[in-house]
Write a protein that binds this ligand. Sequence first.
Ligand code: ZN
Length: 234
Amino acid sequence: MSAPPQVPTEVLGWWADGEQHLGTALGRLTDEDFAAPSLLPGWSRQHLLAHVARNADALVNLLTWARTGVETPMYASPEARDAGIAEAAALAPAELRAEVVAATGRLVQAMRALPADAWSAEVRTAQGRTVPAREVPWMRSREVWVHAVDLAAGLDFADVPGDVLAALADDVFRMWDRRDQVPDVAVFAGDREWGTGSLAVAGSLPDVVGWLTGRSDGAGLQADGPLPTPAAWL
Ligand code: ZN
């Protein structure tokens, strides 16, 4: 697609690669694997894939909002969100695979169709945050990269590019900062550093991001004391 103005090319690349990565994860699963648990507590893989599909449609809603100025929330209500996910999760595996692809295609189309000035229009996320529409490619990037890990298809954070991992860590800290939930830590990975707290935590970027995003208990990390349980990210 031609690059929309205001969206960094880097982010568009992360998004495209992330969709492909999720497709790789999906390709590793047999239909029989769909009903088994994902790495997200209480969610089967089919539930997670249904969420990934509905998330694409929810982001299309935000782009519609940006384009028309008519308030079009990601989900009409929390109940509607859950119902939409449950409905898609009940599809046969072949249909659910097709739905994930189709929903992604709808999002690609909506991005292509967005007029240049609409990228700066403000919309509201499901978490109640007001953001310009140009945030949408990153919002989708973080979904597909992290949920490709959550699918338990043999891909983990070590399979995610370093610049995407660093952007995920940035995102987690930004989110905590907004909610005043930054833990009392200073986290080090390679030449990157997050937080200015008293407990030094160090490790590889994949291990750090696994912990920051609540996907691991901190295995592989070194710290001077017990690791706090970080607040939920998304
Ligand atoms: Zn998600």
